[in-house]
Ligand binder design. Structure first.
Ligand code: ZN
Length: 1006
């Protein structure tokens, strides 16, 4: 037989484009449209409907960036579309087609939501999904809220003024292209879907497979049968010609896909939060509408916050969603408040993501969600398995690690083991995306890519437009109907994430194990970009700790009402801003301005909560007899005041700097630091070991400026080659002493930095306050401490513990970790000696080592202080920053843990009549750290205490509660009773026996 394959494929392509597609809509008719432009920020439907609407023509330019226009569309279906009895002939459907002037794909440009006159939502309008079903028996009367969301240009990574309303301009950016009735031929539409699915499969198959040619010949017969002059009249016959090809079942060993509708809606990113709320309403309206038409359609939806927005702003839609949840179609997943970043949130905040998320799903839907769903966050901390399990969830899902630039993960389904040994059953969908359109190439890729071939047979495929919203479409559901069992394709069935996980776990009971973090080998700049947002997060987490601790203490000790609602509201806002494009710094300027404003408001509110509690605890007396009472919210004793309690402090004075070799020395008898004329640390010793921490031939406190121009993803990425260009900032503008501080001033580029070095009496940590006016462009500022330590690995604080990473670069996995995330401290050490560097604001670090000519090893700890990327916020990081850092020579990991708390929690002194406040709990072993003291989520007044083993070893501790309680039990993070490592003795003595990094929550019934 002669080979005419390409000729037939070309014939099919042209016939589909020029004959089939234009025949889907066989008639159009006008509707009457009027419009009202919203002056500024969006308004609710109830306000919009009351406005005065003016006529508008198709072709009219509309919509300043971020503006909104409401369109009122009315009219009746033309009589000639109906039969003599007013019925719509079979095979036809009436629709309204709306095109506000789309310029690209869904989620990244104009979009709209259609309302009925009663304010209920119909469905959304977005590219590839721009129809509204219309009942031909009723006159049309709908309102379309059209949003002029600008395209921020994610493909080009060019600086744009569009990300801030103040700079985005006022000119219209869209041209109204279409609002009209359309008559859809459903048979032609089905033929179009047949061609899409079978044609896609044909092209995805190798040309040497018989199946490919079988499909080709079926298409050839279809092309002969369908009349190009009468596609509508012959489409059914054309479909029949393809029926045999569709009837062939999948191979017995075909991979199995469980398809779940999805719309990964970023809670803020290239749009502000207020737009996300509308994006959720649009997408969810679409999904509910689709569920009405496709009863098998399942849609997984994460983020309790997004449901909460709908509950607040679109109650009618929320009611319909609730019904679909009950029907098992709308499936809340993820167990979290938002799809958070997991590198940076502190331990308690990460726990609260699950507490707030799961509580919402339990309260609103009665559903105990069992999976963590984080398809898009930028790497996954090694503490997560324990946190997921402690929240009562069993499964974890992501696909982001497929973005690795260097290494390919060896597994798609595996047991993921955290720092404490907890394992969680984990899946990476091998389709490598969370927003598949279910094209045959995606299905083939999932089957080919799946790493568990031969032992596992099933994977999950989330489908639906994501990021900016959209979700599933009827075209995607047409695929699911056609590929249930189709030769050459993996099988596919609609299901739920839990269906998938249970099936995968049953067929793969002993999956391979991945231990430690799921480090994402890209987006390493997200530990540093938008320093103000990161600092706001860190401050808020610690203020929340203080507020809960003191409010709980005041409640127990003084009967003060606990501010449940206030704390919950603030937690929700802090948790929202840990979303994976806010805390990582990868959003437009608008989002980060909002975040900074929110953090300032949060601080104000929490200070009030704290002040009220401290006032109640310190006693209200006045005049003589009032004492300075110091409250220590940290877990360890400080200045003579017990951790978690208050007392009369014996504050340590700062040491006065002394002149030394034209520079200065700070010496408190515990450590000694020599600061050179250039403001650099030339010597740092601790008296206990007598060892010099600064490596020979190097200096500490060295600021280094790098070029920082990644190839793409500016706010997200630091590319490895940044290290090739570095300027050491050693030129001093001035060196002086101001009171207890050595002050170093440097000027570079357009920027200025003032460093204040100080040392408190008795402290083993030299503190450096970096006050920076940052006016650089595409630069990375690092602060380096080269230390004389031979360390194979560094320790970085993560949630409820720390993670080790190699300091060398043996393997491609080690090489890829050239920038790492740490919370409050990092530590490098040899047996018996180490150095800790702590911070109060930053997360990005790099730690490497080299062998010197003298044979010794220099291990260099560097903090990433600031960046200045141009996209998506061209002003990211510019301005004033105060970033505190400390270095502790001779420090153990236990010292590092303590210093991390010390740097981030300042004692508070208030005057009152009391001379002490007894801590609610005391723990006998400092390895066991109290992370939270609060009252119970159920508002019963029970006291909740959360602790963890902090050093990576087994620990036994006695816990003493300083208040009356009727019983104590272990709970999960949601404060539900569980088994736990706690025994209560006859005398009420509470003994904890914790494994390394074990997390434990205790509930004291009062
Ligand atoms: Zn995302």
């Amino acid at each position: 037989m002669h080979d005419n394959r390409q000729l037939v494929e070309g014939r099919l392509a042209r016939f589909n484009d020029e004959r089939v597609t234009p025949a889907v809509y066989q008639a159009f008719a006008p509707v009457t449209i009027t419009a009202w432009t919203v002056p500024d920020e969006p308004v609710p439907f109830a306000d919009a409907v009351r406005q005065k609407y003016s006529p508008i023509d198709i072709g009219t330019a509309w919509g300043k960036p971020w503006g909104t226009m409401w369109i009122h569309a009315t009219g009746s279906i033309p009589k000639e579309w109906l039969d003599s009895r007013g019925r719509l002939p079979r095979g036809l459907a009436t629709e309204l087609l709306v095109d506000p002037g789309f310029t690209g794909g869904p989620g990244f440009n104009a979009e709209g939501l259609v309302f009925r006159p009663d304010g209920s939502t119909v469905k959304a309008i977005s590219p590839y999904n721009a129809y509204v079903p219309v009942d031909h028996r009723q006159p049309l009367d709908v309102y379309i809220e059209a949003a002029a969301n600008p395209d921020i240009g994610i493909s080009g990574f060019r600086p744009t003024a569009l990300g801030d309303k103040a700079t985005a301009g006022d000119g219209p950016i869209y041209k109204l292209a279409r609002v009209q009735f359309a008559l859809r031929n459903t048979v032609v539409w089905e033929l179009q879907q047949d061609i899409a699915v079978l044609g896609g499969l044909m092209h995805a198959l190798p040309v040497d497979l018989p199946r490919r040619h079988e499909i080709l010949r079926a298409f050839e017969r279809m092309l002969d049968i369908v009349d190009p002059e009468d596609v509508a009249g012959t489409a059914a016959a054309g479909r029949a010609a393809l029926a045999d090809a569709f009837a062939k079942p999948a191979y017995a060993s075909a991979h199995n896909l469980i398809a779940v509708g999805h719309a990964h809606i970023d809670s803020a990113w290239l749009w502000p939060i207020r737009e996300t709320i509308r994006k959720c309403a649009r997408t969810f309206s679409n999904m509910v509408d689709l569920m009405d038409r496709y009863p098998d359609f399942t849609f997984a939806c994460s983020s309790a916050q997004q449901f909460a927005w709908i509950k607040e702003h679109y109650p009618e839609l929320f009611t319909r969603i609730k019904a679909k949840v009950r029907a098992g179609q709308f499936i809340p997943v993820g167990s979290m408040w938002v799809e958070a970043d997991t590198n940076m949130p502190g331990g308690e905040a990460m726990a609260r993501q699950f507490v707030a998320g799961k509580r919402f799903f339990l309260d609103e839907f009665g559903l105990d969600t069992l999976e963590a769903w984080l398809p898009d966050s930028f790497g996954y901390s090694a503490a997560l398995p324990q946190i997921v399990k402690s929240a009562g969830a069993d499964y974890f899902l992501t696909q982001k690690i497929s973005w690795n630039q260097t290494n390919r993960m060896p597994h798609h389904t595996f047991a993921w083991e955290g720092i404490d040994g907890t394992r969680v059953f984990t899946h990476f969908p091998p389709v490598d995306k969370y927003n598949s359109e279910l094209h045959a190439n995606d299905l083939a890729h999932a089957q080919r890519n799946y790493r568990e071939q031969g032992v596992g047979t099933v994977s999950l495929i989330p489908f639906g437009y994501g990021d900016g919203g959209g979700g599933a479409t009827r075209e995607m559901l047409a695929v699911t109907e056609r590929v249930r069992s189709l030769e050459g394709s993996p099988t596919m069935e609609l299901g739920t994430p839990i269906d998938f996980f249970r099936r995968a776990e049953a067929e793969y009971p002993t999956p391979p194990v991945w231990s430690g973090e799921l480090y994402l080998e890209i987006h390493r700049g997200t530990y540093t970009t938008q320093a103000n947002t990161k600092q706001g997060n860190r401050r808020s987490e610690h203020l929340l700790r203080e507020a809960e601790l003191w409010a709980a203490t005041a409640s127990v000790r003084a009967g003060v009402e606990y501010p449940y609602a206030e704390l919950e509201e603030i937690w929700h806002l802090v948790l929202l801003q840990q979303f994976h494009d806010i805390l990582p710094g990868s959003s437009i300027a608008w989002v980060h301005h909002d975040a900074e404003r929110n953090y300032a408001a949060i601080a104000g509110r929490l200070e009030k909560v704290i002040a009220a509690a401290l006032a109640a605890l310190s006693g209200k007396g006045s005049g003589r007899g009032r004492k300075a009472l110091t409250f220590n919210a940290g877990p360890f004793d400080r200045d003579g005041v017990a951790g978690l309690g208050a007392g009369i402090a014996e504050p340590a004075d700062e040491v006065v700097p002394q002149k030394y070799r034209r520079g200065y020395v700070l010496d408190n008898g515990v450590i000694r630091a020599v600061i050179s004329t250039k403001g650099l640390i030339t010597s740092l010793t601790d008296y206990a070991t007598g060892r010099e921490a600064i490596a020979p031939g190097t200096v500490g406190n060295l600021l280094q400026l790098h070029r920082d121009i990644p190839n793409q993803w500016d706010a997200w990425d630091i590319d490895e080659f940044y290290r090739r260009n570095v300027t050491d900032l050693t030129t001093v503008e001035s060196l002086s002493v101001d009171g207890d501080e050595v002050v170093v001033e440097r000027v570079f580029g357009k920027s200025r930095i003032t460093q204040r070095l100080r040392l408190a009496a008795g402290s083993a940590a030299l503190e450096i306050v970096n006050d920076i006016d940052w006016q650089e462009s595409q630069k990375l500022l690092k602060l380096a401490f080269p230390v004389d330590v031979h360390a194979d690995r560094s320790a970085s604080e993560t949630q409820f513990g720390h993670v080790f990473r190699p300091t060398h670069s043996n393997t491609s996995w080690d090489v890829a970790k050239f920038e790492i995330c740490a919370h409050r401290w990092v530590h490098v050490g040899e047996p018996g000696y180490g150095v800790a560097v702590a911070n109060d604001s930053t997360y990005g670090h790099d730690i490497g080592r080299r062998t010197r000519d003298d044979g010794g090893t220099t291990t260099t700890i560097r903090l990433s202080l600031l960046r200045a990327p141009h996209y998506p916020d061209p002003t990211a990081d510019l301005g004033h920053h105060v970033l505190r850092v400390s270095i502790s020579p001779g420090a153990s990991i236990a010292d590092a843990v303590a210093e991390g708390y010390r740097m981030n929690l300042r004692p508070r002194t208030v005057r009152g009549t009391e001379s002490s406040v007894e801590p609610l709990v005391r723990v006998s072993n400092p390895a066991v750290v109290v992370e939270a003291v609060k009252l119970a989520e159920d508002r019963s007044g029970d006291v909740i205490v959360r602790m963890y083993e902090s050093r990576g070893g087994k620990a036994e501790a006695m816990l003493t509660a300083g208040f009356d309680y009727s019983s104590v039990e272990c709970t999960d993070l949601l404060e539900r009773t569980t088994d736990g490592p706690v025994t209560v003795g006859a005398e009420g003595a509470i003994t904890l026996r914790l494994r390394p990094f074990q997390l434990v929550t205790l509930r004291f019934a009062t």
